[in-house]
Design a protein around this ligand. Structure first.
Ligand code: SAH
Ligand code: SF4
Ligand code: F3S
Length: 445
């Protein structure tokens, strides 16, 4: 009898959830679970949820409604809700969706095999929403499925910054840094499995202060020495934790890519203060200057929130001015969304009405889109080092990414996957580039 079981995981939210979903699959593999492409017919479905914005809970319940039907058709199917909604709304989930078997917060997924075994044996519901974050990392499986040419590695989790609008400190718990030795071991394994570009993850990745290296800059130095690790990135950084050593790392360590996601949220000092961000607009601009002095080709990305409670028209204009001033290569922008339990949601100041939030967000996005298009267009005619990540969308094409994280498409052989090759950029599009592989490389392939 085959004991192969099928596992479907759906992930919302940040890259840390993507990483966690991968580790959950690794943890369940020894129990005979292999990945499935769809929930239909799966033996286990995990919804790895995000609580950062908007009706996350409602979306979850409508998804659960659909899965309930699948579960009725296949009674043995196990259904788990993981991630930040599970952490924040565990009680509501078990009350409103009693057919869910497992509810587990982001710090509990290492207990998954044990929970699955227990439920298979004696039924019932398992709920795990504690915060033993060290334990989670201690229980990472030694075996892991390869992630591919590019991969994520979580080095830090949780947040102590308590920005007014944000649920992360409540869903992921206090800041925790993994020790360098564990990170290096995982990076070595990834490199052996063919990963060439590693993105270090953390809600406050540049606040990393684990044992065994002098801050994130020191850790990057150690990682850069691992054979096969050709590119390093890290995300998400807080402007307050961007120290001199880390700025210098962008100048001194060739593997550290010239691209940095550095959320600013607003360009108004009044709003930044209300957000509890701990820096001014001027501080941010000075930081950008120092980064660009260290690494002149550094491209910046950011996050912007439109319509934080108390944001006035002049604050919004200040945000547009800051964006103009910096010139971002890429960005994410969001309409402020009140999150239960956060200070901003309960603030006594006037909330911005929906129509105004929509309009301000549209203005921010228009500007950011234009900047991204300009940045991409600026690469046309240049030759970029492209890490080939896999086949392209069309037959005979390959896909890759530039040092600045732009997706590139070119005609070329799939034997190039995993290599960094020079590509002449022919055109810059709003979200990607198209190019031609420089001739001698094509022949060598
Ligand atoms: N740790 C990172 C961001 C984590 S959340 C940082 O400090 O910047 C990712 C992004 O979601 C945030 O940068 C913010 O722009 C956005 N975000 C978080 N909470 C939000 C809310 N309540 N409404 C709208 N956007 C929000
Ligand atoms: Fe949220 Fe602020 Fe922490 Fe980022 S720094 S995760 S926005 S509380
Ligand atoms: Fe979402 Fe939790 Fe990540 S709320 S953004 S999944 S930390």
């Amino acid at each position: 009898m085959s004991n192969k079981k099928r596992l479907f995981i759906r992930s919302w939210g940040c890259q840390m959830n993507v990483y966690d979903s991968g580790r959950m699959a690794d943890l369940l593999a020894p129990l005979g679970y292999a990945p499935a492409e769809a929930p239909d017919g799966a033996d286990m479905v995990i919804l790895n949820t995000c609580h950062i914005r908007e009706k996350a809970t409602e979306k979850l319940f409508s998804e659960l409604g659909r899965l309930r039907k699948l579960k009725e058709e296949k009674p043995g199917m196990m259904l788990a809700v993981a991630g930040c909604v599970a952490q924040a709304e565990g009680a509501e989930i078990t009350a409103r969706a009693p057919f869910v078997d497992i509810v587990m917060g982001p710090q509990s997924y290492h207990k998954l095999p044990e929970m699955v075994a227990r439920i298979s044996r004696s039924g019932g519901v398992a709920i795990e929403t504690e915060f033993p974050v060290e334990e989670k990392f201690d229980h990472l499986p030694a075996e892991a499925a390869p992630q591919g040419v590019t991969g994520f590695l979580t080095i830090q989790e949780g947040c102590d910054k308590f920005c007014s609008f944000c649920v992360v400190p409540y869903t992921r718990g206090a800041e925790y840094s993994r020790p360098a030795a564990a990170i290096l071991a995982e990076a070595r394994r990834m490199a052996e499995q063919g990963t060439r570009e590693i993105t270090l993850l953390g809600q406050n990745v540049n606040a990393w202060h684990g044992d065994g290296a002098e801050g994130l800059a020191g850790l990057l130095r150690l990682l850069a020495d691992i054979p096969g690790v050709e590119r390093l990135r890290y995300t998400t950084s807080h402007p307050r934790d961007m120290d001199e050593a880390l700025i210098a790392a962008h100048r001194d360590i060739p593997q550290v890519m010239p691209f940095l996601h550095l959320p600013v949220q607003s360009g108004s000092d009044r709003v930044l203060q209300a957000m509890n961000r701990g820096h001014t607009a001027e501080d941010y601009l000075r930081l950008v200057d120092r980064l660009r002095a260290a690494r002149p080709d550094l491209a910046l990305s950011t996050d912007i929130i439109a319509g934080h409670p108390g944001e006035r028209e002049e604050d919004h204009q200040a945000t547009l001015r800051l964006i103009e001033h910096v010139g971002f290569a890429q960005a994410f922008s969001f309409k402020y969304s009140p999150r239960p339990g956060t200070p901003a949601a309960a603030a006594a100041v006037a909330h911005v009405d929906e129509a105004t939030k929509d309009r301000r967000l549209a203005e921010v996005q228009e500007l950011l889109r234009a900047q991204q298009a300009h940045f991409n267009a600026g690469k046309a005619g240049t030759i970029c080092d492209v890490l080939v990540t896999g086949p392209g969308r069309h037959a005979g094409q390959i896909a890759g990414r530039t040092p600045w994280l732009q997706p590139v498409h070119a005609f070329g052989s799939s034997t190039l996957v995993g290599r960094i090759i020079p590509v002449r950029i022919v055109a810059g599009h709003p979200n990607s580039l198209s190019g031609e592989i420089v001739e001698q490389e094509k022949d060598a392939a």
